[in-house]
Design a protein around this ligand. Structure first.
Ligand code: ATP
Length: 241
């Protein structure tokens, strides 16, 4: 394993009980980059994020972060290492305030009040809307604000790698633009991001490199710009030639 890779997957397989969904996934996620994972519905993208964050067991292969073997580690250990999963559907605590949701992200970190306040401030600087609404119940946020809150909660876990599942799902183009700008800014400060995104144009536009998944396998990889110009990708995922 290479110490420079924030995630390195070697032949990773995973699924649900007897059902195998992922078949021998090889991937390299470089530090400081945005890496996109695209593919049609049911390709296995969410399953891969669940396996990487320890929510479901792997069935074969290995994965490493900066040289450390995470295979078989618990979700708590993986989180403590800094592999942070922002799940599809956002999964906020609806009755709790925005700020309490954010604080939940820091729940397992052993940090003092000062550091907590500083990290909260950093999240609010990234998403000023959240500061305005910090005392409001999360359930009353708009879809875009909920996604900001979910990402903010992820940031409160002090990620080395932020894995975001379905950034744009159900959001208007304007909101997606705002979220993309926020991710670019975070990445500009050095944050490594693994992005699962249904909107292939958005994903390939924002990423450095991308992996294309189909039926539980990686079928293509390259720079975002390369894949965006690739006729096969354009026909299969963008519906244009
Ligand atoms: P989508 O974008 O539609 O969520 P995806 O690429 O994230 O697609 P997954 O959600 O990972 O795909 O699903 C991959 C496969 O795993 C599908 O065939 C799905 O039916 C199956 N699957 C997902 N969750 C479960 C589960 N809890 N138990 C059994 N099979 C599952």
């Amino acid at each position: 394993p290479m110490a420079s890779l924030i995630l390195e997957l070697q032949g990773l397989s995973a699924g649900y009980g007897e059902i195998q969904v992922l078949w021998g996934i090889d991937m390299s996620v470089r530090r400081g980059e945005i890496t996109a994972l695209i593919g049609s519905n049911g390709a296995g993208k969410t399953t891969l994020m669940r396996a990487l964050s320890g929510l479901i067991p792997t069935q074969g292969g290995y994965y490493f972060s900066e040289g450390r073997d995470l295979t078989g580690d618990t979700s708590a250990e993986i989180l403590a290492h800094g592999i942070v999963h922002v799940p599809e559907g956002r999964r906020l605590f609806g009755a709790m305030s925005v700020e309490d949701n954010l604080l939940m992200g820091a729940y397992s970190r052993k940090i003092g009040r000062g550091e907590l306040v500083r990290d909260l401030d950093r999240v609010y600087a990234t998403f000023p809307k959240l500061r305005e609404r910090r005392n409001q119940a999360a359930a009353t946020l708009s879809g875009g604000e909920q996604q900001m809150c979910a990402i903010g909660r992820g940031l409160m876990s002090a990620p080395r790698l932020l894995m975001i599942d379905e950034l744009s799902l159900g959001l208007s183009p304007l909101l997606v633009e705002q979220l993309v700008a926020a991710l670019r800014a975070l990445n500009g400060e050095g944050m490594s991001i693994l992005l699962v995104e249904q909107d292939v144009t958005t994903a390939l536009d924002i990423c450095h490199s991308a992996y294309v998944m189909d039926m539980g396998r990686i079928v293509r990889t390259g720079l975002g710009t390369e894949l965006l110009a690739d006729p096969i990708i354009r026909e299969a995922y963008l519906g244009v030639l």
